[in-house]
Design a protein around this ligand. Sequence first.
Ligand code: SAH
Length: 250
Amino acid sequence: MQPRRPGFPARLDGWAAPRPAAAQPAASTPQGVGLDSAAVRARMVQRLAAGGIRARAVLQAMGQVPRHQFVDSALANQAYEDTSLPIGLAQTISKPSVVARMAELLLGAECAQAAGLGRVLEIGTGCGYQAAVLAGFAREVYSIERLRALHEKARENLRPLRLHNLHLLLGDGMLGYARGAPYAAIIAAAGGDALPPAWCEQLAIGGRLVAPMAGPGGRQVLLVVDRTAQGLTQTVLESVHFVPLKSGIA
Ligand code: SAH
């Protein structure tokens, strides 16, 4: 058991409390860690809400995580657009609407009002952005990355945020992470041909898994798996485009 840390969830407060728009400079793009990034981020959150994201916990977390600090400085001016961006080693950070959609799905039917989640497993830390968003409303987040260089990059990106409920692991996420199980939610940021059995085994009863998966005709689709006392139920949702799920560490 992790000792309960003081300060959660208050540690998210004050990273970047949104400022009134009138107090902002006219620029619409964040200037590094400039004062206007909170306003640009607030506009991203407004667009997510207008696009149908209802989960307040998700919108709030995405309003606080400085996405521009997770991408190369040359791309920082695109960080709050709804686009995926390269993070090195042929991998990408998902676009904000996809991060929000998957996070909302994790919260389930009552997502609009849900305050948060218990323990969450993320497969594919990448640059660490989505892990930081999840840490904003989950009790504990375990995030696994198979590429050492990205695992280390995520550690660096996340250090200033001091998210004590987020645990970064280098490993093959296809095996899950048994030591943190059972999970209230499992989310994969890379898509395979079939669900690794470990993910379903490590899902708590009442828990939910959201992952991209190969669907009919080679399309990749978003798959939701709910574990109930009676077994697993699967729901196939919209088409998505995620990087491939691979095994082993590199
Ligand atoms: N959530 C990330 C998105 C990263 S892209 C972010 O916010 O940046 C998906 C990541 O999954 C890549 O970094 C890739 O290396 C990783 N990945 C693919 N297969 C994996 C596996 N078996 N275990 C752990 N990570 C894996």
